[in-house]
Design a binder for this molecule. Structure first.
Ligand code: GLC
Length: 437
């Protein structure tokens, strides 16, 4: 009986959620649901074993932090449930788990772009803001964890795009890192005149049809002065600026500045190519720094690269805001343990040791100003600027549909099955449809 009533309430909530508008502004004025009606969020209760559900840990440090927690909390152990490497694969499994209201997943490592969807559908619980020192976190990261001004997750990993470049080769060619696309292409031409570099790829990012393509498309558009949706959530991607941005990538593939195989690159494929010395420039997140500097023989470019801000059309470009927030599944048991675990994972000591071990971007502001850390990771000021100047991807309750439309049209333009004009006008129409629903 009880289960039946609960399931019915769930179905009504889902039906209501299905009617929600797709794109919303920061205040979530086109969304609905997840508000909880004001006042304090419900108390998070229950202690015992929990799971931590996350994309594949390419850094190798996650289990170490969890082992430490488990030693200190023998009756509240955490077990990692490892999901696929790609963001879309992770989202799909988390959504399925929520739709069947399974208690198998407790703490969710959510991509920053999923907060609106998970909060509006009430798949995650509201967190007690007063129990977190949010003032000590980077503001753009905190904003990604909120929906309709309420907190649904804690930002644990930041992410900002960086232009990795082969400093050794630019030095040999007497060049500074490029600030614009035109300078980047000119730098490639000059470096390719050096002995042994003729077969190097000039530039790659993430161009496979998945969330990484949405990121790279958004960056190309905004680095040319365009936007996918306006601040008020209305689609505005069919613009001459967006066309200029998309064309830089389309032309990159056409002229060979972007090697053909980059159409299959997600983060890890590109990282392997950069580490094998096959790329002069690579758009990538900060985690690549530590891995490409590893001295175990896995990287050919140890000490040979540096990072710069992403290039733009008339000057430096800007990053799409990335990162990961930890949230608690609404269907999980032991939510009190989950809350403590989230606080533990994101405390200053752990963010610091995680940065030292992995070069992943912290979300605590102080660590970017720590002189010992800046000495070890000279890219930290560039990274902080990248995150602070980054633009969020569209905030959408139906984010899955929005990103699928972006991916489909961007991919069609990059592979030449649609012109850039057609792709942008189709995308605009699709986004308008999704906004109207
Ligand atoms: C990184 C970013 C995330 C982004 C994803 C795309 O994990 O932190 O925000 O969506 O890459 O592949």
């Amino acid at each position: 009986m009880m289960v039946g009533a609960r399931a019915l309430r769930g179905a009504v909530a889902l039906a209501a959620a299905a009617l929600l508008a797709a794109c919303g502004s920061d205040s979530g004025n086109t969304g609905g649901g997840g508000g909880g009606g004001g006042g304090q969020p419900a108390a998070l209760e229950g202690r015992g074993e929990i799971t931590f559900v996350s994309g594949k840990d390419t850094s190798g440090n996650m289990q170490k932090l969890i082992d430490k927690w488990n030693t200190d909390h023998p009756t509240e152990k955490v077990r990692i449930v490892e999901l696929p490497e790609s963001a879309d694969g992770q989202r799909q499994q988390m959504v399925q788990n929520a739709q069947i209201k399974s208690d198998a997943y407790t703490v969710l490592n959510l991509d920053v772009v999923w907060t609106a969807e998970f909060a509006a559908n009430r798949w995650v619980v509201e967190l007690p803001q007063d129990q977190f020192d949010l003032d000590n976190y980077l503001k753009p990261a905190v904003d990604t964890a909120k929906y309709r001004d309420k907190l649904y997750a804690l930002p644990v990993y930041g992410d900002g795009g960086l232009l990795y470049y082969r400093k050794d080769l630019l030095d040999q060619a007497g060049l500074q890192p490029p600030k614009t696309w035109t300078e980047l292409i000119a730098a490639c031409q000059k470096v390719r005149g050096l002995p042994g570099t003729e077969n190097m790829g000039c530039y790659a990012g993430q161009f496979e049809k998945y969330e990484g393509l949405t990121v790279n498309f958004a960056e190309a558009v905004q680095s040319a002065g365009g936007t996918i949706v306006n601040e008020d959530g209305t689609p505005a991607v069919n613009s001459s600026q967006a066309k200029t941005g998309l064309d830089t990538l389309v032309q990159g593939f056409k002229t060979g500045a972007i090697p053909q195989q980059a159409i299959t690159f997600k983060e890890e494929e590109g990282r392997r190519a950069f580490q094998a010395g096959q790329l002069l420039f690579h758009r990538q997140w900060p985690y690549q720094w530590a891995l490409a500097n590893k001295t175990d023989g896995s990287s050919q470019v140890v000490g040979k690269f540096d990072v710069a801000p992403l290039p733009g059309v008339n000057g430096p470009g800007s990053s799409s805001l990335g990162g990961h927030n930890f949230a608690i599944s609404a269907f999980a048991k032991n939510k009190a343990t989950a809350l403590d675990f989230i606080k533990y994972f994101s405390n200053e000591d752990n963010q610091r040791s995680n940065l030292l071990a992995t070069s992943q971007a912290p979300t605590r502001t102080k660590l970017y100003e720590d002189s010992e850390l800046v000495q070890k990771f000279p890219y930290l000021p560039t990274l902080k600027a990248s995150i602070e100047g980054a633009k969020p991807r569209p905030k959408a309750v139906k984010y899955g549909d929005v990103t699928a439309a972006i991916q489909e049209n961007a991919y069609a333009a990059l592979t030449g099955t649609k012109s850039a004009d057609q792709a942008l006008s189709d995308l605009q129409k699709k986004l308008e449809e999704l906004t109207k629903q």
